[in-house]
Design a binder for this molecule. Structure first.
Ligand code: CMC
Length: 390
């Protein structure tokens, strides 16, 4: 009532109540609906996690089967969505296309959508979870000039995504179980992370009662930046720039130099001042995938050496700058054969469930209010306007 706290960057502002995700950044704890991420990443699959994020409880086997069936039913997109791609430059960034096409879904599902009805909110969530891999793979196919691959209902969520990415009409892609598992784990580990920039964006956009597909497009836009989801792409670009193990010390020095804006991409986190628990699991998967695929890539050698040095260097140790989840996910995605400009798209695909679960939770609150932060005005004091003609 007349007073507010000034908190740029929201370092000390709790914007809402939520029952979805708990983070203890000092101790490296992450729980979804109370379940530890380490357990979910190794013992559940992504769709189970999606179900619990939306509904609050892990599914029974019956609920899980029903959920899987519903998601599978919704994987196709309207033919009109295909046509949007014709308007994009062939080399358009896939995040630009994802943002536009996700937003365009609102033109298919708007007039008959009553967001006050929880059942309809859940249906929007299901549609988004089902369609986002189809759209993500279409962004890639458009870039490389190949025909779109239709979703296949006999495959798991991650297998279907890989198939839509890598199948070509002349040759069906053989989905390796190790890669499908790694992909599922990447989805799971990115599924939600409480009030990060993109989730807060979705909540703020949705707090006015806006269309959910348009709100998700806002989340995609926020995620794109290199300080957030864009870090995995920026990390791989950085590894390419470093180029060889011998040049690592030069870049470590640049990262420590306060007069140089360069930062080690894929290191540090606003909340985790300890090893990010997701990064721990991702690290294991990363080493597994690399040894399983027996890939020899100088960039991966640079990544492994960078990890070793940064974990020992006093600058990074004192500032608690650990490799984050995107450091390892970028390496895995590269090993799987996914191009760098698709990395953030995969993050967006995985996070869609988190975004829409928060949107659903927010609209379930009886006293839900529009989000409306205040500001500290530092402009001119009141002054006289003088018209041009004078
Ligand atoms: N390399 C070098 N120094 C760093 C780095 C880094 N990656 N990250 C932070 N620092 C330093 C920073 O210079 C500052 O030093 P000082 O106290 O001497 O001024 C100190 O550590 C604290 O940094 P901050 O910018 O105040 O911390 P923040 O909480 O505002 O930023 C961050 C967190 C993730 C934006 C930042 O660590 C960063 O830019 N990292 C690289 C980008 C990245 O990997 N982002 C992905 C985050 S995880 C995925 C996601 O949630 O989207």
């Amino acid at each position: 009532h007349g007073y507010f706290t000034f908190d740029p960057g929201f370092l000390a502002t709790g914007s809402c109540e939520s029952k979805i995700t708990y983070i203890d950044g000092d101790n490296g704890v992450l729980l979804h609906r109370g379940y530890p991420i380490e357990q979910l990443a190794t013992e559940a699959d992504y769709l189970e996690v999606c179900y619990m994020l939306i509904h609050g409880e892990a599914p029974t086997s019956e609920q899980y089967e029903e959920f899987k069936k519903t998601i599978t039913k919704h994987t196709m997109v309207h033919q009109g969505i295909h046509e949007f791609f014709g308007g994009f430059r062939r080399d358009a960034h896939p995040m630009a296309m994802l943002c536009a096409v996700t937003g365009a879904l609102s033109s298919f599902y708007h007039d008959d959508l009553n967001i006050a009805d929880p059942k309809q909110r859940v249906r929007s969530a299901y549609r988004l979870i089902a369609k986002i891999p189809t759209i993500a793979a279409m962004c890639y196919k458009h870039n490389i000039g190949q025909p779109f691959v239709y979703p296949r209902n006999d495959l798991s969520y991650s297998e279907n995504f890989l198939n839509m990415m890598f199948s070509v009409p002349a040759e069906e892609y053989k989905v390796s179980p190790i890669i499908a598992k790694a992909m599922d784990r990447i989805f799971t580990l990115h599924a939600d992370h409480e009030q990060n920039a993109s989730t807060s964006t979705v909540r703020l956009a949705g707090s006015s009662g806006a269309n959910p597909y348009a709100c998700i497009a806002a989340g995609v836009a926020s995620l794109w930046g290199p300080a957030h989801g864009g870090a995995n792409e920026a990390c791989l670009k950085m590894l390419a720039e470093i180029g060889s193990v011998e040049r690592i010390p030069e870049f470590i020095d640049k990262a420590k130099d306060k007069n140089d804006p360069f930062r080690l991409m894929g290191f540090g986190h606003r909340v985790y001042k300890n090893f990010d628990p997701r990064a721990k699991v991702m690290r294991e998967t990363c080493h597994e995938v690399l040894s399983e695929l027996n890939i020899k890539d100088p960039l991966l050698d640079v990544a492994m050496e960078l990890e070793r040095i940064a974990l020992e260097d006093p600058y990074f140790v004192e500032k608690k700058l650990y490799p984050n989840v995107d450091f390892y996910s970028g390496i895995i995605l590269k090993a799987i054969g996914i191009p760098t400009n698709m990395f953030t798209v995969i993050f967006a695909l995985s996070r869609t469930v988190g975004w829409i679960s928060h949107w659903h939770e927010m609209l379930s609150e009886p006293s839900q209010k529009i989000g409306r932060p205040r500001q500290l005005y530092t402009g001119e004091a009141k002054r006289e306007f003088s018209p041009i003609k004078k």
